[in-house]
Design a protein around this ligand. Structure first.
Ligand code: AMP
Ligand code: ZN
Length: 403
C-alpha cells in the first residue's frame, strides 16, 4: 500500500483478463461511479492490472471486493469490431491544432466555466454555437423538410423509464427535488438559509422527488407527442434540445459538460424511410464539416453504457451497426490528439414506435432514428482546428463569428 497525496492510498489488482485501450478507457471513465471512496482507477499500459486510488476512510476489503465486481463486468466487453468509416473530410487550414482552447476562451472573456459542468458563453463562442445550430437546422430543413419543434428541459421519469434509460444509463440521471408541501418544513428551510453563509439544503426527509428528471437525451421528449399518430409518409422533426447528464468527476471544459445543447433530428416512418434518412444524413454532416472546414469522420460506434449492462448492449449496438458517430479530432489536456464524439446517428428500430404507440404503413409500429449534434463539442473542435488567428477560419464563418 502506497501513500498518495491528499492522504489518498492505492492498491493494484490483476484484471480478470488482459484488455485493449478501448476497454481500458471505459474502465477509467466509468471508475468514478464505482464507490464514493474510489477517486479513480487507472489501467496499466499493458492492460493487465488496475491501480485503484482510494479516498481516506475507505473500508479496504469492501472497496476491493466492489472493484473486483466492477472489473469483472467491464472486462466482458468484446471489442475489435471492424470500424467502418462512412465520411471523411479534410480541412484546408494548414495551421496547427490549438492547445488549451477551454482556458483561452475563459481568458478572453468569451466563456465562463461555473466549475460543475456548466458554461456561459458570449461573443464569438455564442455566435459560433448559434451558427452551427442554425446551419444544421437549415440543412435538415432542405434535405428532409424537417419540422422545427421545441421540447421542455425536464422530463417525466415514466417517459425515461419507457425509453429504457434507467436500464442503460442509471448513473447519468438527475432527479428534481422539491421541499415538501409543509408549512413548518418550508419555514425551517427559509430560516436556516436567511442567516447562513452558504446555501443549506433541506433535511433529507423534507425533500420529495416525484419523478421529474432533467432530460438526458435530446430525442426522448419527442416520443410522447407522437402517440396515436400514424406516419404513412415518414416525417422528420428538428430542434435544439437542452441535455443534462450527470458525469460526476469526468466533467471537463466544453468536452464533457453536465448541461449542454444538442441540435436534434428525429425521423419517423417505415424501415425504408428511416434507412434512407440515415443514408442522406451522411452527406449533410459532410456539408456541415466542409462549411466549418474541419477534419472529421463518421464511423461505426457504441455508447458508454452502465457497467453491468455495458458488454451486452455494446455488443448488440456494434453487431447491428445501429450507431454511427461523428468524430472530430481535438486535443486532450496533455496536447495529444483525441477523437471528440461531436454527434451520433442512431437507428432505434421500432422500439419507440412500440413503446409510445405510433405507427407507419399497415398500422405497424413505426421505426425511428435520430441525429444529435453536440453543439459545445463542435465549438471546441472548431476552435481547436482553427485557433485564435481569425484569418485561418473559413471566410463565411469568420465574417459571422468575429463580426
Ligand atoms: P449521444 O446521444 O450520447 O450520442 O449524444 C449526442 C451528442 O451529445 C454526442 O455525440 C456529443 O457530441 C454530445 N455530448 C454527449 N455527452 C456530452 C457531454 N457530457 N458534454 C458535452 N457534449 C456531450
Ligand atoms: Zn436521439
Amino acid at each position: 500500500m502506497n501513500t498518495y497525496n491528499h492522504n489518498f492510498s492505492e492498491f493494484v489488482l490483476d484484471l480478470p483478463r488482459e484488455v485493449d485501450r478501448e476497454v481500458a478507457g471505459d474502465i477509467e471513465k466509468e471508475s468514478v461511479f464505482v464507490s464514493p471512496f474510489i477517486e479513480r482507477i487507472h489501467v496499466s499500459e499493458d492492460g493487465k492490472t488496475a491501480r485503484v486510488v482510494v479516498r481516506p476512510g475507505a473500508d479496504l476489503d469492501e472497496t476491493k471486493e466492489k472493484t473486483e465486481r466492477f472489473l469483472a463486468v467491464m472486462v466482458r466487453q468484446i471489442t475489435g469490431f471492424e470500424i467502418k468509416v462512412f465520411v471523411e473530410t479534410k480541412r484546408k487550414d494548414t495551421g496547427p491544432y490549438q492547445i488549451g482552447v477551454n482556458d483561452e476562451l475563459v481568458k478572453r472573456g468569451w466563456m465562463h466555466d461555473y466549475g460543475k459542468g456548466q458554461v456561459a458563453y458570449s461573443g464569438p463562442v455564442l455566435k459560433l454555437a448559434k451558427l452551427i445550430n442554425d446551419k444544421a437546422g437549415e440543412l435538415y430543413k432542405d434535405a428532409f423538410a424537417a419540422k422545427e419543434s421545441h421540447f421542455p428541459a425536464m422530463i417525466d421519469a415514466d417517459t425515461l423509464h419507457k425509453c429504457g434509460y434507467f436500464d442503460s444509463h442509471p448513473n447519468a440521471v438527475t432527479f428534481v427535488g422539491n421541499v415538501i408541501e409543509d408549512f413548518d418544513a418550508i419555514e425551517e428551510f427559509r430560516r436556516a438559509n436567511s442567516c447562513s453563509e452558504g446555501a443549506l439544503m433541506p433535511q433529507q426527509d423534507h425533500i420529495h422527488i416525484d419523478g421529474m428528471c432533467l432530460n438526458p437525451a435530446a430525442c426522448f421528449p419527442c416520443y410522447p407527442t407522437l402517440t396515436g399518430q400514424s406516419f404513412d409518409e415518414g416525417q422528420c422533426f428538428t430542434w435544439l434540445g437542452r441535455v443534462f447528464r450527470y458525469e460526476s468527476r469526468n466533467i471537463n471544459g466544453l468536452d464533457r459538460l453536465y448541461e449542454f445543447n444538442v441540435r436534434e433530428l428525429v425521423f419517423v416512418g417505415d424501415e425504408d424511410y428511416v434507412r434512407s434518412v440515415r443514408a442522406k444524413a451522411l452527406p449533410v454532416v459532410e456539408q456541415l464539416a466542409a462549411f466549418m472546414d474541419i477534419d472529421c469522420q463518421v464511423q461505426t460506434a457504441t455508447d458508454p453504457f452502465f457497467a453491468t449492462v455495458s458488454a451486452a448492449k455494446k455488443f448488440w449496438q456494434a453487431s447491428q451497426e445501429v450507431k454511427n458517430e461523428i468524430k472530430i479530432p481535438a486535443l486532450g489536456n496533455d496536447g495529444s490528439v483525441k477523437q471528440l464524439a461531436c454527434g451520433s446517428i442512431n437507428l432505434h428500430g421500432n422500439f419507440f414506435g412500440k413503446r409510445f404507440g405510433f405507427t407507419c404503413k399497415n398500422g405497424e409500429p413505426a421505426q425511428t432514428g435520430c441525429v444529435g449534434l453536440g453543439i459545445e463539442r463542435w465549438v471546441l473542435a472548431a476552435f481547436t482546428q482553427h485557433g485564435f488567428d481569425e484569418s485561418r477560419w473559413p471566410e463565411a464563418v469568420r465574417n459571422i463569428i468575429f463580426a
